[in-house]
Design a binder for this molecule. Structure first.
Ligand SMILES: Cc1ncc(COP(=O)(O)O)c(C=O)c1O
Length: 500
């Protein structure tokens, strides 16, 4: 039996003290120093109203919207706003979910079920998408029995390449995906061209506007050149957009919109086969707090269109300053960025750059790239309104970190890892087949018992979370993805069972 960790109770003060201790080395979302995962407007009142709304509805359960009709009222308002932003008409229907991944799952389920109904034959349905699409599609495919084909992008624009997509489509294709924008580079895929393929071949097209849905329309209003990506394009079947990203709502907020109410039917789940209450779940989770929905309602109505336009201006100003700074320092910006940008360098080890910046308190995100597709490793920055205040200081530290790294020879370990990566890329199969993968999985337990602790020690993970990530990133980068995936799964299980 495991340890009994709640054999005594604590007073309120003690509980709060301990929780604060647990959070003592967390990153601080309101600092403006996070350029990844955090979407901060930097507006104090906005936070306060969101917290009030969260508190008011935290204990109400969205599962039973007949018991809590406020669910239907708030959800309808929020979905109506999303529909109007995405230029939908009265036929469009939507669902509020707890995150982009959940919205994508619903779109994939609807596309798969419609595909099966339309085609009437049994096969493994496929998702065709540019390699830049978010892994939540692979996750949905893994959970729901589809196959994913990730195809090359245009190496100059870092956008989806419609020809590559077209070539990958077969009679088994249930769904094509385009992003507005994608996460790795912040470039917007040519949705019009993808829609043409989808229309011609009668295939579902999902537009992933999880990142862009609540910001691109406002950027367009301040004169940014944003191509069409929404329901104004014939052929777009569904769109996901996340209030917990650029609408600055509390976490647990996403929306999926379907071109027709009938499409939404395929995404829902109902069950009247058991002796209990009738189940109708519009989303994947069943019981869920109404708090995040209320916070979303509050934040959208607090800012209004004008508020979002003003925040979009701050993002664009910060982004343009960062772009100038990066080019001045000799970095290469990949494609035409929007609210996210990525840069690379052939002179500097980018993983070490992220560590240098982390030492100065800035969180950048290192990206592995894909050498076989000529996509270089890069650094990703998600830019939000709060960055406008801190951008000058960040660029000062970037200048300093860059000059340190430019004058530093690469270490012996780096050269070894680089050679290892090269050898691996030459000898590892491009795709690992199912028998080899299952052999690997079967042997995994045995080998991890022997080598696991040594690996954790080598990465410094036996003592908790490492302060520097460059070595880990480089090793992961040098392994074939399937092996790196097994390794990170193992590491995460160990971290959560040992604690940090
Ligand atoms: C383009 C895109 N789609 C989907 C997702 C998944 O969103 P979530 O993390 O809310 O599940 C993300 C997350 O960053 C994303 O960038």
């Amino acid at each position: 039996m495991g340890k009994n960790v709640f054999d005594k109770s604590f007073k309120r003060e003690e509980i709060l003290k301990r929780l604060r201790e647990y959070a003592s080395d967390d990153a601080e979302p309101y600092s403006g120093r996070l350029f990844t995962i955090s979407y901060e407007a930097g507006v104090k009142e906005l936070k306060e109203i969101a917290y009030e709304a969260l508190k008011l509805f935290l204990d109400k359960n969205m599962l039973d919207f007949t018991e809590f009709p406020s669910v239907i009222r708030m959800e309808k308002d929020v979905i109506d706003i999303a529909i109007s932003l995405m230029n939908g008409d009265e036929e469009v229907a939507g669902t509020y979910t707890f995150g982009g991944t959940e919205s994508v799952f619903l779109a994939v389920k609807a596309a798969r079920d419609k595909f099966i109904v339309d085609r009437g034959f049994i096969t493994i349905p496929e998702i065709v998408m540019p390699v830049t699409a978010h892994p939540c599609y692979d996750k949905a495919a893994e959970y729901m029995g589809l196959r994913v084909k990730r195809v090359r992008i245009n190496n100059e624009t870092y956008q989806a390449d419609p020809e590559e997509i077209n070539e990958a489509v077969t009679e088994n294709t249930a769904l094509i995906v385009g992003s507005a924008p994608n996460w790795p580079f912040g470039t917007i895929d040519p949705i019009k061209d993808l829609a043409e393929i989808a229309r011609e071949k009668n295939i579902w097209l999902h537009v992933d506007a999880c990142v862009g849905g609540f910001v691109l329309p406002f950027m367009r209003r301040i004169g940014e050149d944003i191509p069409d990506f929404d329901f104004s394009i014939d052929g777009v079947s569904s769109i996901s957009l996340d209030p917990h990203k650029y609408a600055y709502s509390s976490l647990g907020a996403s929306i999926v919109l379907f071109r027709r109410k009938f499409y939404k039917m395929f995404s829902q789940f109902s069950n009247l086969k058991w002796p209990g209450y009738p189940i109708v779940n519009p989303a994947i989770l069943s019981s869920r707090s109404e708090g995040p929905l209320a916070a979303t309602w509050a934040v959208l109505h607090f800012l209004g269109e004008e508020g979002y336009v003003n925040l979009a201006r701050k993002i664009v100003d910060a982004r343009n300053k960062i772009l100038d700074g990066l080019r001045e320092l000799g970095y290469i910006v990949l494609g035409k960025p929007s609210v996210i940008l990525a840069f690379t360098s052939n002179k500097i080890n980018l993983f070490r750059l992220c560590d240098e910046m982390a030492r100065r308190g800035w969180l950048f995100l290192a990206q592995r790239g894909i050498s076989e597709m000529s996509i270089p490793p890069s650094v990703h920055l998600t830019i939000t309104p709060i960055h406008e205040k801190v951008v000058d200081g960040m660029l000062r530290d970037l200048r300093e970190s860059t000059s340190i790294l430019l004058n530093l020879p690469s270490t012996e370990v780096e050269s070894i890892i680089e050679s290892l990566g090269l050898i691996m890329s030459l000898i590892a199969p491009k795709e690992i087949d199912i028998p080899s993968l299952s052999k690997m999985l079967k042997e995994m337990e045995k080998y991890m018992n022997i080598y696991g602790p040594k690996i954790l020690e080598a990465f410094g993970l036996d003592k908790g979370l490492p302060k520097e990530m460059a070595l880990i990133n480089q090793v992961l980068n040098s392994l074939p993805p399937e092996i790196a995936e097994l390794l990170v799964n193992y590491i995460v299980i160990e971290l959560f069972s040992k604690g940090v």
